[in-house]
Ligand binder design. Structure first.
Ligand SMILES: O=C(O)c1cc(C(=O)O)c2c(n1)C(=O)C(=O)c1cc(C(=O)O)[nH]c1-2
Length: 252
């Protein structure tokens, strides 16, 4: 008695060879990272008004103050002591540290961003109040925090990989601000000067984790999807800052 041939189940696509995932991330960034956003291009050309720069600083503060919150959500997903010990550094980098055991207090990135606000003429009480943050910016930031809350450790870590491209952008930003916006107190640039090194270190760490964890093609595709989502978060934030809707505080 002849039996029907077993249906062929297509074998899953093999993982990309080492290096290809990174090439794909770089190709995505070349198209979708916010260094290409018209608002950033105008910033670099010196075309932003003081009001536009202040709007960016105020709205980006909403992003900044949520970074340690999303990193705490990622920390809670890491089941390895060494990994948690390393990841917790990101929270200290932003929140700072109290003086302890002879070690001096450290201000942290959020404090440096508040000083950036002062350098462009924004009172820190305004930034801390959250007043004037555009609705779409709140939505984008909530999207990022929620993604890290609900996603797998791989997806949450992969979404931070946009930081591979942030240091070069900050170097461009520092030079552009020094050249085109002399009215901004130079001390305000400290946030970016410190962040260049931190961003390189953090993105190298995240990339190594992603390489170690993304073993299958499906995992690698999840990494690209998480990275694309994060590019969209940053892009949407700038869309809102670039064209605040009429009726919002700054949109006239
Ligand atoms: O100014 C920028 O262009 C920029 C971009 C990004 C990024 O690409 O995610 C971050 C930052 N800055 C930044 O300052 C920062 O602390 C930061 C943390 C993260 C993250 O996803 O964990 N991204 C970024």
């Amino acid at each position: 008695m002849s039996t029907a041939p077993a249906p062929r189940i297509p074998s899953p696509a093999p993982p990309w060879p080492p290096g290809e995932l990174e090439d794909r991330l770089r190709a995505l960034a070349a198209e979708r990272y916010h260094h290409r956003h018209p608002f950033n291009l105008r910033m670099h050309e010196g075309l932003l008004s003081p009001e536009e720069l202040r709007r960016w600083v105020l709205n980006r503060f909403h992003y900044q103050r949520h970074i340690p919150i999303k990193d705490a959500l990622i920390l809670a997903k890491l089941d390895d002591r060494e990994l948690r010990r390393s990841w917790i550094r990101r929270i200290h980098d932003h929140d700072g540290r109290s003086a302890e055991d002879g070690r001096p207090a450290e201000a942290g990135g959020i404090e440096r961003w508040l000083r950036l606000g002062e350098a462009v003429g924004l009172d820190r009480t305004l930034l801390l109040s959250g007043e004037g943050v555009l609705p779409a910016v709140r939505f984008a930031v909530e999207g990022y925090v929620g993604f890290c809350r609900l996603g797998s450790p791989l997806e949450a870590v992969a979404s931070s990989l946009t930081e591979l491209f942030a240091p070069d952008l900050m170097v461009t930003r520092i030079a552009a601000w020094e050249r085109h916006y002399p009215w901004i107190e130079p001390a305000g640039l400290r946030y970016f000067q410190v962040r260049v090194g931190q961003g390189r270190r953090d993105s190298d760490e995240a990339l190594a984790l992603v390489h170690a964890w993304a073993r299958t093609r499906a995992d690698q595709e999840r990494v690209l999807a998480a990275f694309t989502f994060k590019c969209d978060v940053l892009w949407s934030l700038l869309d809102a800052v670039d064209r605040p809707a009429p009726g919002t505080r700054d949109g006239r």
